[in-house]
Ligand binder design. Structure first.
Ligand code: ADP
Length: 191
């Protein structure tokens, strides 16, 4: 299996690049943000539990997120591999993912971080906010999400760096150029 973690702050382009990666490598995309939003829309028990936290730009507790992620992986035993988008966002999540994958004789192949300046992130999300209705894209909630990213999520980078799995890519510029850079990393593993 080819298991990728696509890493980056809110607005880094993880969703856009994931879509291109799925088409190119036929991987299964798991975006924890998308799954949470689907639960909220369907008003499931999980959706009710997390909707306020997400609307406020806070992270969902690790135990809830990890259980949901594992469920999603288990439901797709035929997958050629996974793109994890928006997960792991904390070190305990990264540890849980490693342990879980080890249990099914799998591992993370590579972690690719999209590097984007804070200025560009704010600009992109303000644009997105005009066309989508994500309540967590409003300026104040976004501030909270960026804070969560810089206090908790960035700590995941040294975790993977210590395993020699981290690659950083410039996330600003032409979408196809960024994608080509991503492919260069992935093609080192995919035969
Ligand atoms: P972003 O635009 O920041 O990439 P996402 O769509 O990935 O946003 O996630 C939206 C929200 O869902 C997050 O702000 C957080 O509240 C929740 N969420 C998503 N993934 C996780 C996770 N791995 N751990 C905790 N909370 C998460």
């Amino acid at each position: 299996m080819l298991n990728l973690v696509l890493f980056g702050p809110p607005g880094a382009g993880k969703g856009t690049q994931s879509q291109k990666l799925i088409d190119h490598y036929q991987l299964m995309h798991i975006s924890t943000g998308d799954i949470f939003r689907a639960h909220i829309k369907l008003q499931t028990e999980l959706g009710k539990k997390v909707s306020q936290l997400i609307a406020d730009g806070q992270l969902v507790p690790d135990a809830v997120t990890i259980a949901m992620l594992e469920e999603e992986v288990k439901q797709n035993p035929q997958a050629k591999g996974f793109i994890f988008d928006g997960f792991p966002r904390t070190v305990p999540q990264a540890e849980a993912l490693d342990a879980f994958l080890a249990g099914i004789n799998e591992k993370i192949t590579a972690v690719i971080a999209l590097d984007v300046t804070q200025e560009e992130l704010t600009r992109r999300i303000a644009e997105r906010h005009k066309v989508t209705n994500r309540p967590d894209d409003d300026a104040e909630k976004l501030k909270k999400r960026i804070e969560e990213y810089f206090t908790k999520t960035v700590q995941v980078l040294p975790y993977y760096e210590a395993q020699g799995k981290l690659d950083k890519i410039n996330g600003i510029g032409n979408i196809d150029t960024i994608f080509a850079d991503l492919c260069k990393v992935v093609d080192r593993f995919e035969v």
